[in-house]
Structure formats: C-alpha cells, structure tokens
Ligand binder design. Structure first.
Ligand code: NAD
Length: 404
C-alpha cells in the first residue's frame, strides 16, 4: 500500500515503517557520533563514564523513553527491555510508530550484539508487570536502571478494576489563550473549560506516581533491582504562559504527585542503596505533547528562539545530556531545591524565556504565526511518525508489515 500521512485533531493516524526506521537510525547515528568523539563541547563522550548495563524502559517505544533506550544501548552498550502499548500492522493498516521504532531499534541493537527485547501490553496491569519480571529474570537477572516514561490517556487500577481517564484541563476557571494547530499557520483563540468532578483526581491516578511506585515495589519484592539501582521518571514545568493548562492544571497535579513519589521511592530503595529521581525535561514534539492545547504555539516560538541561539535539542540530545552530565557523570547528581534533576535548564534560561514572551506578545488571532518555527515543529511531528524524510520514496508501494 502507499502510506500517506493522516492527521486528525493533532493526532496522526498512520506511520511509515521505513521512515520510523530512518528516525531511529538518525538518533543512533547521533549518539554513536557523540559517544566516542569530542564533536561538540556541550556533549561529553560516554567512553569514560559508567552508564548502567541493564535498563528497563517503561514507555520505551517513542519520545523520551525511546531516546533513553537509544542512549543506553548505543552510548555505552547497555542491554534494554522496553514495555509499551502498540498496535501491530496488518496487510491494510499501519502499526503505531512505537511498533515500527521498536522493531527498527531491536534489529540494530541485536546486530550490535546487544540484548534488546520488548513486552507489548498494558504497563498498568499486574499481568504485564509479571511478564516483564519473568523476562528480566531470564535475560538479565536484575536491572540497574528503570526509566518510567509512560504518557497515557487512561489507566485501569489493577486492584480495583476502576478505569481512570487523564485530561489536560485548567483548574477552577476556563483558560483562554492563543494557540495553533499542527496543520494550519493561523493563530486562533483556544478556550479550555476547567476540570469537572473527579477529573483532576483521575488524572493523578493515570499520570501521577501511583503506578511508578507499584512497578518499583514489584521489582524490589521479586529481587529484580540490582544493588545501587536507580529509577527515573520524566516531568515538565514550562513557562508561566502555559501554567494554567499545564503546571497549575490537572496534569500539573499529576506531576506534583510523581515528584512526591520520587522522594517516597528513594526511602524504599535505601534497602538496596538505590535512588529515585524525577528529571524535568524540555518541551518537545512527541505524540503526547502535540495534543496539549497552547503547547504547539509555545513550542513553535521556543524552537525558533533556541535554534537561533544553537540551543535546540531533540529528545535524544536531552536524554544524552541527562545521562552523561547529570545522572552518571560520576559526580554528585545536581538537583534543584525540590530534588529534581533539570535538563530543561536551557529552555528555562532567562534570556530564552524573555524572548519567547516578547514574541508571544506579537501574535494576533486570525493572523499567521510570526517569528516562530511552526515548520520545525511540524517537521519533527511528521518525522516521529516516519514522514518527511528526503531519503524515502513515499510514492512507493510498501507492505506495512515489513521491518526495516
Ligand atoms: P510519548 O507519547 O512519546 O511516549 C509515551 C510512551 O508510553 C510510549 O512508549 C507508549 O507506548 C507508552 N504507553 C502509553 N500507555 C501505555 C500503557 N498503558 N502501557 C504501556 N505503555 C504505554 O510521550 P513523551 O512525550 O515521551 O512522554 C513521556 C514522559 O515524558 C511523560 O511523563 C511526559 O509527561 C514527560 N515529558 C514530556 C515532555 C514533552 O514535551 N514531550 C517534556 C517533559 C516531560
């Protein structure tokens, strides 16, 4: 079939197998180039560092989780297990990008002599935890690092069977702000109604720390965490402009809970000299972030400002810096006053934020976006679904079940 891009309300319905493989390959190439040579003074080599050998990534098929897998494997030869929720391809329907990414990654990792396996299933369920535990036992014995990088619209509590839904809404009152859609350059006004009833609590059940804690408790109980093991989950803070819908909204409550969970897990992990951290990462186009209202407009301005100053990073560059400079540099792990690791440091620099605010004020409803890089945001969005690569002939008939 000829696979074309189909996007509905900022959600891509298709993915290209060859393009997803190209996306994975590009990130592997970047990591390999920087891991062994001093190409850029901002990124140190992995050669002299002690990165964890056996890594479990929960949500390792796209975005920050996939990058965590790639940096571990191709930065320092780590073996990895991924747990993610994917749709397989059929003769007439494409798989999710995460499925293609995983196939492409594991093919390359195995060719490089690394162990790389996946469990496709609902990470929130007891069954997936048990299957993953059995795989860790047979493949690694134990793991040294657990990355928790799930982004999901819903979660079924394994104990009660209750299904909770996460929403991206402000709290208390409606929030109106300028926004832009991925497929249109014209700025529009978006109004988001506040969360109702139990929506805020439900979002905490889905995107907070509850399931992260269940994973770590399960792995500890089964003796699957090595002495000194670390676990890291990803969070976001962002600028004041997006506070009402992000940090002070329903998702912000969930992120606060996640950050609180890190402290609780660190206490539990003391038994094995382990530690839990939350890393606050930069705003980047992923399948999860593209659907947050107002965020694509912020990202378009931010990308332009950071690119002009040569500070723009992709997920892989962020995770590379997180691993090499913050978590495994051999020095004390730098944290903010609340114990969080910050790789959003470049995004949150005063000069960057002042310029973003200045350009935000230039935008007018009904007019095309000004001084912003919506093209760059769009290109990244296309590429995370395997589209927009010059090297690929998108007119060519491909079998969506083929692995590249
Ligand atoms: P993403 O959509 O690219 O990845 C989400 C991952 O979760 C995928 O691997 C998906 O398969 C997996 N997943 C979802 N539901 C699942 C389920 N039920 N069972 C198993 N796997 C499931 O998202 P992302 O943007 O990389 O987000 C990952 C984390 O990083 C989130 O906590 C997010 O808040 C955080 N973060 C994102 C940004 C950003 O701008 N994208 C910035 C900072 C922090």
């Amino acid at each position: 079939m000829i696979i074309t891009k189909k996007v509905l309300r900022n959600v891509s319905l298709t993915a290209h197998p060859q393009g997803c493989a190209q996306y994975v390959q590009d990130q592997i190439d970047w990591v390999q180039a920087h891991a062994h040579a001093s190409l850029d003074s901002r990124y140190q080599k992995c050669d002299d560092l002690k990165l964890p050998r056996r890594i479990l990534v929960l949500g390792g098929s796209t975005g920050y989780g996939l990058s965590s897998r790639i940096v571990g494997a191709f930065g320092s030869g780590s073996d990895t297990i991924n747990v993610s929720f994917e749709r397989e391809p059929s003769q007439t329907k494409t798989a999710t990008p995460g499925w293609y990414n995983t196939m492409a990654f594991e093919k390359r990792a195995k060719e490089a002599g690394l162990k790389a396996e996946s469990i496709f299933g609902d990470a929130f369920s007891d069954e997936t935890k048990q299957k993953t535990g059995a795989l860790i036992k047979s493949l690694f014995g134990q793991v040294d690092l657990v990355i928790y990088s799930l982004a999901s619209p819903l979660r079924t509590d394994p104990k009660t069977g209750t299904t909770y839904r996460s929403v991206l809404k402000p709290l208390g009152k409606p929030f109106s702000a300028l926004s832009v859609d991925m497929d249109c350059d014209v700025v529009k006004m978006a109004t988001i109604e506040p969360a109702e009833g139990t929506q805020a609590e439900e979002t905490v059940h889905v995107m907070g720390g509850e399931d992260w804690a269940l994973w770590i408790e399960y792995l500890m109980q089964e003796n699957l965490l090595a002495e000194g093991a670390m676990t890291v989950s990803y969070s976001y803070i962002g600028p004041k402009i997006t506070y009402p819908v992000y940090r002070e909204g329903t998702i912000g409550k969930a992120k606060e809970d996640l950050e609180k969970t890190a402290a609780e897990l660190t206490k539990k992990l003391q038994q094995i000299q382990g530690k839990a951290y939350v890393s606050v990462n930069k705003a980047l186009v992923t399948r999860a972030s593209a659907v947050i209202p107002v965020v694509p407009l912020y990202m378009a301005i931010l990308y332009q400002v950071m690119k002009e100053r040569d500070l723009h990073e992709h997920c892989t560059e962020q995770i590379y810096r997180l691993f090499t400079e913050k978590l495994f540099s051999g020095k004390q792990i730098p944290t903010d006053d609340e114990g969080r690791v910050r790789v959003d440091d470049w995004e949150m620099q005063d000069d960057i934020q002042a310029e973003v605010e200045r350009r935000w004020a230039l935008q007018k409803e009904g007019e095309p976006l000004k001084d912003a890089d919506i093209e760059g945001v769009r290109k990244e969005y296309d590429q995370i679904h395997g589209f927009g690569f010059d090297s690929i002939d998108y007119e060519k008939d491909v079998d969506p079940r083929d692995i590249y």
